[in-house]
Design a protein around this ligand. Structure first.
Ligand code: FEO
Ligand code: CA
Ligand code: CA
Ligand code: CA
Length: 602
């Protein structure tokens, strides 16, 4: 952990102005270009058909880049001199209404949509350092993870009765991963991916208390996967316990295309936004993970084993065994000084101390009345019983590599009432969200920490509860609904948003936030995504002069025949489309770099 003096970012840019929410374009700073790296439908293998939106099939989509890319990482391949990399992306969900012509039979739409979920690994190449990337069709590491890919359950709940199904009486092998949102890359080169809103895929006539706590309802799932695949119908023998097999952290080795991905039960089951790992001074591995639901919790996992530099095989066992904790926050301002509308803290900060409540130890439950498999499969109920602090939808939780401090994006919570306001969630009807900074007391494995709300988001021009660590609010950009977090090499925080079109009538965007020095709290907007889109998976390769985002659900509120976005191909009448281009919105990974202003010619 080192000290950073001010904003020493290697990326020089003049912040862009907020972009109105009807603009169908990517907006980048003056002097920057943008270009897609890979788009929904781009073929990954030599024998995969070209993208043909009118005629997609299960087979074509199974070999193409999936829909709604969310988590993103680009990892250089060792020994390639910066000329080759592997790209990893989550495909969180599908938007059938804009993906498929309405006359495509619903059975076929279902098959294609199912194949558009999952994960992708794709090799990239380029001429050298500082150059933009392009993806390599047919490369050795390219891989799609589909709904029939086998995942191995690890940890204390693997093999539990709660995880056994008719098709898998061992309770150890799951087919597929669902609704993968954010993630993190481990120090040993694997990728963690969070299964988030898995509940929406399951049919259940009369949900149990546990199922209700996980958001399963008696409403029929809109995608109707339970019709072709009875395992998604929990009322049928094939579907019993199948829902318990989703909601985990998945670990994938992108460098081994034959490896079996895993779901780690020791990290608990909830609506994982993602997970991020750091190595404590003692060598234990510590993972942080938010449960993205209103009034849900922040979790931490500490491995039993220790990290061994260069021993990937060993390090890949670390998340299978260890202890799970959930966060309790305590404010230090007198309660009567915190106004429910979120006025500035009277003692100078929304801050205080925190405690990690231990839920499991050495594979045993510490929760009265619950066994270890119940604590891990029904983690939300365990945390409820132990009195964890209810947060405003914890999304990404990231560790600043420059300082070891932890940052949590609480994206919003419009259900929080004035009487439910507390210092870590200081605003009632929290439409815009906030960001919490945490410092572990001593070692990263500590059970105690201190914390401070560094940013209460919103538009300072119209909202007096907005707070930017004391930085003059009139000098920063409006920001709302922080979701994903990232850091540049100088330790500045980068924040991407999900929800600005509805809350501040601006397109979602990517911001840089200065954390240290006199400019702490300064917010500058780097880019904005097109209409209806969410800014996902930000990746700041400032050493390389490159910034990446995964543009998710562009034109989401349109429909086939009435599309609201043509991102990223912008195929329009009177313009000639290139091979592989299409006249509909396509979620895509884009890269931004210095060059001629505007969209680069491909
Ligand atoms: Fe998929 Fe929590 O955002
Ligand atoms: Ca305080
Ligand atoms: Ca998210
Ligand atoms: Ca979100």
């Amino acid at each position: 952990a080192g000290h950073i003096a001010g904003n020493r970012s290697k990326l020089k840019f003049d912040g862009i102005k907020a972009v109105p929410n009807n603009v169908d374009d990517v907006v980048v700073p003056k002097g920057y270009n943008w270009d897609p790296v890979i788009r929904w439908g781009d073929p990954l293998f030599h024998d995969t058909p070209e993208f043909d939106p009118e005629n997609q099939t299960k087979e074509s989509q199974s070999g193409q880049f999936g829909y709604n890319n969310d988590y993103l990482d680009i990892i250089e391949i060792p020994g390639s001199k910066g000329k080759r990399a592997v790209l990893f992306a989550n495909h969180e969900y599908t938007n059938e209404g804009i993906m498929f012509p309405p006359d495509m039979p619903v059975e076929r739409q279902r098959e294609v949509a199912m194949a558009a979920h999952g994960l992708s690994v794709v090799e990239l190449e380029r001429k050298g350092k500082g150059q933009p990337w392009r993806y390599v069709r047919g490369a050795q590491l390219n891989r799609r993870f589909l709904m029939h890919t086998e995942y191995e359950l690890t940890g204390p709940a693997a093999g539990s009765d709660l995880l056994k199904t008719q098709a898998d009486p061992t309770g150890r092998i799951v087919l597929g991963t669902l609704n993968n949102c954010a993630g993190g890359t481990t120090p040993w080169g694997t990728v963690l991916s969070g299964e988030e809103n898995f509940n929406q895929y399951f049919k259940v006539a009369a949900p149990t208390a546990e199922q209700r706590r996980y958001g399963l309802t008696s409403a029929n799932p809109s995608r109707g996967w339970h019709i072709p695949e009875p395992r998604f119908d929990t009322d049928r023998p094939e579907g019993k316990n199948e829902d318990n097999r989703f909601g985990w952290i998945v670990e994938v080795d992108p460098f081994d295309p034959t490896s079996t991905p895993r779901k780690h039960t020791a990290l608990g089951r909830f609506k994982h936004e993602g997970a991020n790992v750091t190595i404590a001074a003692s060598g234990h591995v510590v993972s942080y993970s938010g449960d993205d639901e209103r009034f849900d919790y922040l979790y931490k996992f500490v491995s039993k084993g220790k990290y061994r530099e260069g021993d990937k095989k060993h390090n890949m066992t670390l998340l299978a065994e260890g202890d799970l904790f959930v966060a309790s926050f305590k404010g230090n301002s007198p309660q009567n000084q915190i106004d429910g509308s979120g006025v500035l803290p009277t003692d100078g900060a929304f801050d205080g101390t925190g405690h990690w409540i231990q839920l499991t130890r050495d594979g045993e439950s510490l929760v009265p009345g619950m066994g270890i498999d119940q604590v891990l499969v029904y983690t939300r109920l365990a945390a409820d019983a132990m009195g964890a602090t209810k947060m405003d939808r914890p999304e990404d939780v990231e560790i600043n590599p420059a300082t070891g401090k932890i940052y949590m994006a609480c994206t919003n919570n419009t259900s929080r009432t004035r009487t439910q306001v507390d210092e870590p969630n200081p605003r009632a009807n929290n439409r815009h969200g906030h960001i919490v900074e945490m410092t572990e007391t001593g070692e990263q494995t500590s059970t105690e920490f201190t914390w401070s709300v560094i940013l209460v988001a919103g538009d300072p021009a119209v909202d007096e509860s907005v707070y930017f660590s004391g930085y003059p609010a009139e000098q920063v950009q409006p920001i709302s609904c922080p979701d994903n977090l990232a850091f540049d090499s100088a330790g500045n925080l980068w924040v991407s948003t999900d929800g600005q079109p509805g809350t501040i009538q601006r397109n979602d965007a990517l911001f840089r936030v200065t954390l240290e020095g006199k400019e702490r709290g300064k917010v500058e907007q780097f880019m904005a995504v097109p209409i209806d889109a969410e800014t996902c998976g930000p990746l700041i390769h400032d050493d390389d002069g490159l910034v990446f985002v995964a543009v998710q659900h562009p034109g989401e509120d349109g429909s086939w025949g009435a599309q609201r976005s043509l991102f990223p191909d912008y195929v329009q009448e009177g313009r000639r489309a290139k091979r592989g281009d299409a006249a509909l919105p396509r979620p895509a990974v884009i890269q931004m770099f210095k060059g001629m202003n505007g969209h680069v010619k491909r």
